[in-house]
Design a protein around this ligand. Sequence first.
Ligand code: ATP
Ligand code: MG
Length: 633
Amino acid sequence: MQVKSFEEYQQVYRKSVDQTEQFWEEIANNFLWKKKWDKVLDWNFKEPKIEWFKGAKLNITENCLDRHLEKNGDTPAIIWEPNDPHEDHRILTYQQLHDKVCQFANVLKNNGAKKGDRICIYMPMVPELAIAVLACARIGAIHSVVFGGFSAQSIADRIKDAECNIVITADGSFRGTKEVPLKSIIDDALVQCPSIKRVIVLTRSHTPVSMIKGRDVWWEDEVKKVETQGNPHCPAEEMDAEDMLFILYTSGSTGKPKGVVHTCGGYMVYTGYTFSNAFQYQPGEVYFCTADIGWITGHSYIAYGPLTQGATSVMFEGIPTWPDAGRLWDIVEKYKVNILYTAPTAIRSLMSFGDDVVKGKDFSSLKKLGSVGEPLNEEAWHWFDERIGKGNCPIVDTWWQTETGGFMISPIANVTPLKPGYATLPLPGVQPVLVDENGKEIEGNGVSGNLCIKFPWPGMLRTTYGDHERARTTYFATYPDLYFTGDGCLRDEDGYYRITGRVDDVLNVSGHRIGTAEVENAINMHSSVVESAVVGYPHDIKGQGVYAFVVCPNLHDDPELTKKDIMMTVSRIIGAIARPDKIQFVSGLPKTRSGKIMRRILRKIAEGDTSNLGDTSTLLDPAVVEEIKAGAL
Ligand code: ATP
Ligand code: MG
């Protein structure tokens, strides 16, 4: 499934466009099916209706577990690093993971779970989270993982939306010095959720919890029951390729989260293929994705993608800044990590601690680096490349979305020539187009527009749970016959793609359309700046003015001078047109719990309209918003 040279990439890409179905059929043949498809693809973007590998039967967990047992049963599947570096780490081989998944799948069955049920998972980043996810897939139950940092109200909203009947949680979780009482938060959420009949509670933090009779059971007790019942094996439920695998709510950067639905067959093929090809994963390599399984990155590139390929994954319970900002680098050293996949927010945060935290760490095992979640600005790109990759590791800047299931536009490690700040080129099978406001395709190079995809790919969303119309209007109605990503994008003279920010966030200054990412990229090049966010606000003359929120933690000089200097930097890099009209220094930016900047909140503040900030349930730290409101210019 891996291309080995740029020429080969170009050939394969051509084929994937000219003979798309044949291309995906050949990829799909690398997986284990109980029965193969009658038809590779049936689709229309009108309804929309997208069906891949129609008529095929499979179970994704057989691809993630069973098929590796004979040759690679002893290969580590998960290496787990706890929050506290003094606690013992754990290693689960493929055989052990398989056995635990079967065991817990039987626990679920004993507790009344059936194929098609929706099961909410609200857990810390411990191996049992992966086990719970896979156990659901084993029996054909649909998981809805809710990130372990969400509030009771956010969980209740998601449980109600998906009509879940079981919750899997833990007593509590550790994140840095904090202990989060997960079970107690679940109890608060469930007051509103009569559909929940069973709560299975894992012991992790030993936080005292109250157990409700008839509803709540302990994970460990239930596992013991299964052990005494004898046969620990759990046969894998036969699933149709288009049966639902899971529901996952988006990050909520632009509004109310959407319950994105992925199905078994296409998602498996797509995550397995993209993981293997983009990272050029080789047997024996140790791969570390720093995301949480509560996000799509964790679903596709900690759980399913790597496991289908028999890879060894590091799973980390804690946070990058505890006990100190060298933690990720300690983990790289400890497990001799070869591939490190992280996010711009983490990179920028760790950069701000200066060189001391990377000094003396051993990065020699690293071969490939990756990034996802937001545009990776050039300064952060170079820091990642030089300080962490030592100039020897390709940076795989993967552009994709919860809705796309897997990587869409991304370099292939050691194959695609790189450009800092660029997601580079579409992977085989992905057909991006740029369109103008009217949906007219903008052809040629050296252009920018709204990023759409014109042909289906196996990993794409099928619907939004319980509300197909929302999927249609959000993604398929803006431009006829196109999937609309919501992102703005530039295609340069070489045909390389660079994400310029969310279309909703695009600035229109004196008739010039300017992407937020471009301005932020320039601001971040100033030596005192760690991070920034740019939004537009009504301006009498220009239509929109540029308002920049800038994080400069060590502001030694006169702030007014620094502001002037930042403005000059932007003028020099992009042009006077993009120069900020207002700069507000802030201690931090409002972010989603997955670490993305929520510009829509900043836009309201810049417009002076703070009465209704919209859906803030996915906001990480509300205090930051109050501080920014108070200091608004
Ligand atoms: P919501 O859809 O609820 O507003 P969200 O878009 O943040 O939330 P995700 O699916 O987690 O939810 O994020 C996908 C988005 O993240 C992309 O549409 C894009 O804006 C941004 N993104 C992800 N990876 C990259 C990347 N490598 N470069 C630039 N932007 C990226
Ligand atoms: Mg989105």
